[in-house]
Ligand binder design. Structure first.
Ligand code: CP3
Length: 349
């Protein structure tokens, strides 16, 4: 029997992905840099967000910031899901007042035809480069998470022309012009596979797909518009590394999220983890799902709620502690620390 004592952070993370026993659940946080760390804010003074992402040395440095500060088991590479749109010919920028803006909206067949998914790495090779630099720094001690947006989530930003609450334009397009929408999803899927392959080759230990907009789809089109494209990506890459799928607000059909073939499901904070576990096979791991608002609450409250989740998941092999969405920009550093330390000191058995 393999021991779970004295394992590296990386092994702990990978074992949890495979539903093997671990000494305690691994912990990391989505959008872990966010705008909450002073060292990140200091960097942001001198650069635009896209400039930080496009510079491998800086991106590697930002990736390491929260790992050094909080001792997370895994580092998620600092980049953005929108770089794949940029690689196909649609640039993006972050707006001062929050949210993102694409250079234009996709309106017509001509717009979709212009997108080129075949030269992705000419444009966004900076992320694999950053992964190589992070690997040099971390050695085998910590796991590195590569990522991309799900084809649907990225398509929604591209059609809306930026952040949107409801994705009404993109949902109308998928019903009005199913062929065109399918062509768009196909292009994004091809580009995403090339991008993720390069991340794996550069040293990513696992790949996470963010379907943050999955819950804006009607349940009866979720599989056709989002699930099956994620399945395609998992099918191509899943033999190489474990895969994680975070499909936000898709509570109506866990079986379709399971059908993507992902090893780990990321769960948002709108549902109990134990309820999700009743609906999914025991060999699929779960990741989640602390309410991110607790990072704005006191360290004591954050630690108390963290313990409740740990208790709820006690004894389930295949559990990774995380937030139920990203770190809020104004998160309290002491509360982040309280959450991380509570998990790190936990004795599960
Ligand atoms: O943990 C990490 O820092 C990893 C890197 C990462 C970022 N974005 C950096 C980022 C990851 C994994 C993402 C994913 C991402 N990006 C998603 C999916 C996950 C989710 O949170 O739902 C989406 C939808 C995006 C697109 C995006 N990027 C938006 C809508 C925004 C603006 C958000 C806002 O609150 O205004 C971003 C900006 C962004 N991406 C930040 C970071 C750290 C904030 C940067 C800053 O303000 O300095």
């Amino acid at each position: 029997m393999s021991t779970t004592k004295n394992i590296t952070h990386r092994e702990r993370f990978l074992r949890a992905c495979r539903c093997e026993a671990v000494d305690r659940p691994p912990v990391w946080m989505m959008r872990q840099a966010g705008r909450s760390l002073p060292e990140y804010r200091a960097l942001k003074e001198g650069y635009k967000f896209t400039e930080l992402v496009q510079n491998p040395e800086i991106a590697a440095g930002v990736t390491l910031q929260p790992v050094r500060r909080f001792g997370y088991d895994a580092a998620i590479i600092f980049s953005d899901i929108l770089v794949v749109a940029e690689a196909m010919g649609q640039k993006y920028e972050l707006m001062e007042q929050g949210g993102v803006k694409m250079a234009f909206q996709l309106n017509s067949k001509a717009d979709v035809d212009k997108l080129d998914p075949t030269h992705v790495l000419d444009h966004i090779g900076y992320t694999p480069e950053a992964i190589k630099l992070v690997r040099k720094e971390l050695g085998d001690e910590h796991a590195i998470i590569g990522f991309a947006g799900s084809p649907w989530t990225l398509a929604s930003f591209m059609v809306e022309g930026g952040s949107s609450r409801e994705n009404t334009r993109s949902r109308a397009m998928l019903y009005n012009e199913p062929k065109l929408f399918r062509a768009l999803l196909e292009k994004i899927t091809d580009a995403t596979i090339a991008y993720l392959k390069a991340q794996i080759d550069a040293g990513a230990d696992v790949i996470q797909l963010f379907d943050s907009q999955g819950g804006t789809l009607a349940p009866n089109v979720f599989w056709e518009i989002s699930g099956r494209w994620m399945q395609q990506i998992v099918e191509v890459l899943g033999d190489e590394v474990p895969t994680l799928v975070f499909a936000r607000n898709v509570h109506h059909n866990w079986s379709e999220v399971v059908d993507t073939g992902a090893n780990v499901l990321g769960i948002d904070w709108g549902i109990r983890l134990s309820d999700v576990c009743k609906e999914i096979p025991a060999d699929v791991a779960v990741q989640g799902n602390l309410d991110p608002a607790l990072l704005l609450a006191t360290p004591e409250a954050a630690a108390t709620e963290t313990r409740k989740i740990l208790e709820e998941m006690r004894g389930r092999n295949g559990f990774i502690f995380n937030l139920g969405h990203g770190v809020p920009a104004d998160a309290n550093i002491e509360s982040i620390k309280a959450v991380a330390e509570t998990v790190q000191k936990w004795k599960p058995r």
